[in-house]
Design a protein around this ligand. Structure first.
Ligand code: ZN
Length: 373
């Protein structure tokens, strides 16, 4: 269960022990939480409004919440938004990614990605993660935004990828790629060299980028396990099967998440099957898991389900997204996901269950029935 806020306290008046007990009653075994050492930046789906309205958030509160969860027998994973941190990116302007047109990445809505090869940025993040592990003693780290840039939420059926989706062609990435593979790129600007890389070295470029992501995770794992060897690594990965975009493997070719390569270094995998955001039916889950499983025969694989609809208005409107998710739909999706052979479910997020229940809804009852089956 993703629990990225303290609304159980601020709006529902629960203390930490009671909230932890309620999660156990809901059938939850692992909780993905956020913290104030490496906070999740503002996004379209965050909760700053009620975070501000509740108990002051502090590392001490994070520790007390984590302790209460673990005392209740739950596993606790601290979440990081690794390559999404606009505040930190300001300190490292040359970590801004460059696309295959040579244009600096401008992001979309709240989202702004980071170039994965910037040592200073990564070192700053790792410093924070070492503090997270030392001070909060989690069972694991949940790495989100651990990939090349892209607002995957817009990759609804029929989405057409262009050079503006392909990263990163900053001077550092181009130089390192050339050095690592002994490839002499012709002189020219980013767009010129990007064209040569994609047209003449596309396969090795894709593999090299995937290795960069693996190397980043290896570095994080080594750093945090130096102080706490048992820390597990859970990764959030894009869900798209190769069949989704006319054979373009968006997870590997765009985001540089190569599941087979990541298997060595990641303990658990989340597939971000946000059906309503991505405008996909329950039947899509079968393809998603069938596509991912061969690369990960021996790693737990979880499908994420939304509890409430997102991205239906403003800049996000007009992409075919449903306006609601009913309790029955949630039930059907959850059962469909488990029928695929997924090892479990992740729900985004607990607050939506509490809000629905307070409004007289049945979603929380559905959750409890699922875990009781
Ligand atoms: Zn770069």
């Amino acid at each position: 269960m993703k629990v990225y806020d303290y609304q159980w306290s601020a709006s529902f008046g629960l203390d930490a022990e009671t909230a932890a007990g309620e999660l156990v009653r809901d059938g939850v075994d692992t909780v993905l939480v956020r913290n104030q050492i490496d906070p999740l930046p503002t996004s379209g789906v965050d909760q700053e409004g009620y975070l501000a309205s509740g108990t002051p958030v502090s590392v001490a509160a994070d520790r007390a919440w984590s302790d209460a969860l673990r005392a209740a027998g739950l596993r606790v994973y601290q979440t990081t938004a690794l390559f999404f941190d606009p505040g930190l990116l300001q300190s490292f302007p040359d970590a801004r990614p460059v696309d295959a047109n040579g244009a600096p990445h401008v992001g979309f809505d709240w989202y702004l990605g980071v170039c994965p090869t910037h040592d200073g940025y990564l070192a700053a993040k790792i410093d924070r993660l070492q503090r997270v592990v030392a001070e909060l003693e989690p069972d694991g780290l949940f790495l989100s935004f651990t990939r090349y840039p892209g607002f995957w939420e817009n990759w609804v059926p029929g989405y057409t990828f262009t050079n503006a989706d392909r990263f990163c062609f900053c001077p550092r990435c181009r130089a390192r790629f050339g050095e690592d593979l002994g490839i002499e790129l012709p002189p020219g600007d980013a767009a010129t060299q990007a064209r040569v890389i994609l047209e003449e070295h596309g396969i090795v470029w894709t593999a090299w980028r995937a290795r960069r992501i693996v190397a980043v995770i290896d570095r994080i794992a080594a750093a945090v396990r130096a102080g706490r060897p048992q820390v597990e690594i859970m990764l959030n990965t894009l869900p798209f099967p190769v069949s989704d975009f006319a054979g373009l493997d968006a997870r590997r070719e765009i985001a540089a998440q190569d599941l087979a390569m990541l298997r060595e270094t990641v303990d658990r995998f989340e597939l971000m099957t946000y059906l309503q955001i991505l405008d996909r039916p329950d039947s899509w889950l079968e393809m998603v898991v069938a596509d991912a499983r061969p690369a990960l025969p021996d790693r737990p694989l979880y499908c994420t389900l939304q509890v409430a609809p997102l991205y239906t208005h403003g800049i996000h409107a007009g992409r075919g997204r449903a306006e609601e998710i009913t309790a029955d739909e949630l039930d059907h999706s959850a059962r469909a996901a488990l029928d695929t052979g997924a090892d479990g479910l992740v729900f985004y997020h607990w607050t939506d269950f509490l809000v629905d229940e307070a409004a007289g809804g049945r979603k929380r009852a559905v959750l409890r029935e699922l875990s009781g089956d």
